[in-house]
Design a protein around this ligand. Structure first.
Ligand code: F6R
Length: 364
């Protein structure tokens, strides 16, 4: 049941400290600060290209993984939407690694893409939440998220658990091919180990998000901005808002603002900004100054340092824990989920059963 929570979605958002912790426990040794994936039937150390295929929110998890794997393991990563990948005649090589991300493990397009890759002799890994699902059984190996059953149609805890596994995959690849030093593995593992407590801290500040949601609920369009791993989180935030509140929302890479979307900015379009203090902070903050100067009502998601450094004051500031930028996307996923949830509640939509959507998309 929903327990003390009004909706499954809220219950599942609040389960994240537990289920992300459970997922980490399957891979992270906190004493040695090392990552161990299950035994795979192929050598991670010799992988020189990774293809990630998924749909929807699971695809956005794949986009985050691209930044992580390229940075930590120096291996080229391509990420594609399953319905595009399966029909566009992609160039793949026998022995390349393909990862299929799916909460349900039953998504028709993702399964078809997996079968296509198997036919071409690729090494395949399923990243799924349902161990006995078709995608899990079809791939050479399955990595499992420990999210437990996800009932709300909008994916929340499955996403942060997918990110958790993918962060570990990036570390494991980097260790296996010798590009990631052991000291870095230890530092990143430590940052991952602290994620569940950081998510709890974010959830305790839920009221701050609820207050700004009343305002966002009046909007017709909402823009989400981020850079680096914050960009896929902006995309995910926009998807969450669209699907449960029916407000039109778009996610953009902050650097793209000048190439078109800035034309939309006025005081009717709220702009939600994902902006942890990382090496790209100054660039995103400068985009934020530009939109504030044009009258935009900005909701600024950053840590204490990032909030203090912002010159023009936003409409609302939501402060997250200060963490290693590596784990920031896992944390910043949470306030965008909460924002979508509270906006939907303010609008009175059916949060757990949004119109036209099915939990498991088993036909294309
Ligand atoms: C969004 C959402 C969908 C799913 C997509 C893929 O909240 O839930 O976008 O992420 O349908 O589903 P799975 O991960 O089961 O393959």
């Amino acid at each position: 049941g929903k327990g003390e929570h009004r909706h499954f979605m809220l219950k599942e958002i609040f389960e994240q400290p537990q289920v992300v912790g459970d997922t980490l426990n399957t891979m992270l040794n906190p004493a040695s600060r090392t990552i161990t994936l299950m035994d795979l039937p192929f050598d991670l150390g010799s992988v020189n290209r990774v293809t990630i295929v998924a749909c929807g929110t699971s695809y956005y998890a794949g986009l985050v993984a691209k930044y992580w794997i390229e940075r930590l393991a120096k291996v080229a990563v391509e990420v594609d939407i399953a319905s595009e990948f399966r029909y566009r005649q992609p160039v793949v090589a026998k022995g390349d690694l393909a990862i299929f991300i799916s909460q349900s493990g039953e998504t028709a397009d993702t399964l078809a893409a997996l079968r296509w890759c198997l036919d071409r002799g690729m090494n395949t890994i399923a990243l799924v939440n349902v161990a006995e699902s078709t995608i899990a059984r079809t791939a050479h190996a399955a990595l499992l998220t420990q999210a437990g059953p996800e009932i709300g149609v909008a994916s929340t805890k499955a996403f942060t658990c997918q990110l958790t596994v993918l962060a570990c995959v990036a570390i494991a690849l980097g260790r296996a091919n010798g590009r990631l030093p052991a000291t870095e593995e230890a530092r990143l593992s430590q940052a991952l180990a602290e994620v569940p407590a950081c998510i709890s801290e974010i959830l305790r500040a839920d009221d701050g998000i609820r207050r700004v949601a009343e305002d966002i609920a009046q909007a017709r369009d909402v823009l989400y901005l981020g850079r680096g791993t914050g960009y896929p989180i902006a995309l995910e935030g926009a998807l969450k808002l669209k699907e449960i509140s029916y407000i039109h929302a778009e996610g953009y890479a902050s650097g793209e603002l000048k190439h078109g979307p800035i034309a939309l900015i006025d005081d009717h379009v709220p702009v939600i900004v994902v902006c942890p203090s990382d090496e790209l902070y100054d660039k995103t903050a400068s985009n934020v100054q530009e939109v504030i100067a044009r009258g935009a009502r900005v909701v600024f998601l950053s840590d204490k340092e990032g909030q203090a450094r912002l010159v023009n004051k936003p409409l609302a500031a939501f402060t997250l824990p200060s963490v290693d930028p590596f784990v920031a996307p896992i944390l910043y996923a949470v306030p965008v989920q909460l924002l979508a949830y509270h906006v939907a509640v303010a609008k009175g939509t059916d949060v757990d059963q949004p119109r036209n959507l099915a939990k498991s998309v088993t036909v294309e």
